[in-house]
Design a protein around this ligand. Structure first.
Ligand SMILES: Cc1cc2nc3c(=O)[nH]c(=O)nc-3n(C[C@H](O)[C@H](O)[C@H](O)COP(=O)(O)OP(=O)(O)OC[C@H]3O[C@@H](n4cnc5c(N)ncnc54)[C@H](O)[C@@H]3O)c2cc1C
Length: 410
């Protein structure tokens, strides 16, 4: 019997388990490993921080979403010996495999910035919302906050869902407007980029929106440290930004076991062919989702589009044939902009986010890079689509590869 091992039963690993259980015969055993049995819907953290979602809705048992015919092992992976086709677990067990798919995601590393998590301000006036605990504590802090300087910040790219800090800035502005405290709150969006977003058209639209909301944009800010005594974010260029509340996204890195296994780049992400997700060093190893070093967003939507193309390639690989499908880095994501509206981005490795309509020309019904109520409702509906369709590897009514239909060229 051939043995397939999947590491990580998060978004990508769960989808891959469904796709490959359907594609492979009963001559294959499929095992999936994760350190716990709690699947987190991470886009929900944003709304937990804002108090409009709860931990109960965001976390569900992983095994409920895995297909029949896949064995689930709850254990922490210690390392992968890729030359030996062996995975070592923290509890002392080893798992041998013939083929392996690594879907272990990223982890936040506030320890990489001096003064961020190792001083007295961490989780008192410095918060992140990229963990469930962080989002819950941030919510409490926002409820207590009566006025002062808020910095919304991310340290560096790549991070998961790179628009999430922007969404937080728009939502927190809305939060204080609704509480009639907006005039007492000074909000800055602090980014290492030279604009509000990575690509020119989106950056222009989003900078305009920050300006409309009187959110100051601080660009090219490479963080060096946090001064806890003076409540100051310090940049390498000597700039010092005072804060009463710092909402930051710490560096996102690959998992420690990937680094310890010698499989990661300098950020711990696994180098793979960007079209096929196959390791160039170990042909029986694939990486999918945030764990891979793909030059596109780290997002559940990317994992979904990549997973749609994956099983044909996997079946061809085990048969020794050329891989038929090429992933194009397709990403799309809603950006909450407050006031009950959101924008939508759709892009891939080669095409930046553009204005227009999605998925159909003219009729949309969703607007690209334009604010609309329907986009916001789409973002809220995505939570149900995630649990019911996406995780189970079911198709969505949108093209898998990015399409230019409805897009206006820059
Ligand atoms: C605040 C926030 C907002 C977001 N918003 C969006 C959005 O609007 N749209 C969107 O598309 N995406 C969004 N994302 C990103 C999305 O959640 C991730 O890109 C997606 O979950 C990646 O899937 P993954 O399977 O690669 O990683 P994960 O879902 O994180 O799964 C990785 C799994 O590996 C397991 N694992 C790791 N190390 C080990 C180990 N040593 N041993 C055993 N198991 C291990 C983990 O427990 C985890 O279950 C958001 C993320 C955040 C944090």
């Amino acid at each position: 019997m051939a043995r397939l091992l999947i590491i990580g039963a998060g978004t990508a690993g769960t989808m891959i388990a469904h796709h490959l259980r359907r594609a492979l015969s009963d001559d294959w055993s499929i095992t999936i490993v994760d350190r716990d049995n709690a699947h987190h819907y991470q886009p929900g953290y944003l709304f937990v921080a804002m108090g409009t979602n709860t931990a109960q809705r965001v976390v569900k048992p992983r095994d409920r979403y895995l297909p029949d015919g896949v064995e689930f092992i709850e254990a922490q992976v210690q390392r992968i010996d890729a030359a030996e086709n062996l995975v070592r677990l923290e509890d002392g067990r080893s798992l041998a495999y013939d083929w392996i798919v690594v879907a272990s995601g990223t982890t936040t590393r506030p320890d990489q910035v001096p003064g961020m998590a190792d001083g007295p301000l961490w989780q008192r006036s410095i918060f992140d919302f990229y963990t469930l605990d962080g989002a819950q504590l941030l919510h409490q802090a926002l409820e207590r906050f009566e006025g002062g300087r808020i910095l919304v910040h991310f340290c560096e790219l790549p991070i998961k869902c790179p628009v999430a800090p922007l969404e937080f800035a728009f939502l927190v502005e809305d939060h204080f407007r609704k509480r009639r405290l907006r005039h007492r709150v000074d909000i800055s969006y602090v980014t290492p980029l030279d604009g509000a977003f990575t690509k020119p058209v989106a950056s222009r639209e989003l900078s305009g929106l920050l300006e409309d909301r009187s959110i100051r944009l601080v660009t090219d800010f490479a963080v060096e440290s946090v001064d806890n005594e003076r409540s100051m974010l310090i940049g390498y260029d000597g700039r010092e930004l005072p804060f009463d509340l710092l909402v930051t996204v710490p560096p996102n890195m690959g998992q420690q076991f990937v680094i310890d296994s010698g499989l990661g780049d300098d950020m711990g992400f696994i180098p793979v062919d960007k079209a096929t997700l196959r390791s160039e060093t170990y042909p029986n190893l694939f990486a999918i989702g945030d764990a891979a070093n793909l030059p596109t967003s780290k997002a559940g939507a990317v994992a979904h589009f990549a997973a749609e193309l994956f099983s044909d390639n996997f079946v061809a690989a085990v048969a020794g044939r050329d891989l038929p499908n090429a992933f194009d880095g397709h990403a799309n994501c809603f950006i909450e902009s407050g006031r009950g509206q959101a924008l939508l981005l759709d892009f891939n490795y080669d095409t930046e986010p553009l204005t227009g309509s999605y998925p159909l020309a003219a009729v949309g019904p969703l607007r690209l890079l334009g604010r609309s109520r329907l986009n916001h409702l789409g973002k809220l509906a995505f939570e149900q689509l995630y649990w019911r369709l996406l995780l189970r590897g079911k198709p969505l009514p949108v093209p898998t590869l990015m399409s230019m239909t409805g897009k206006k060229p820059a």
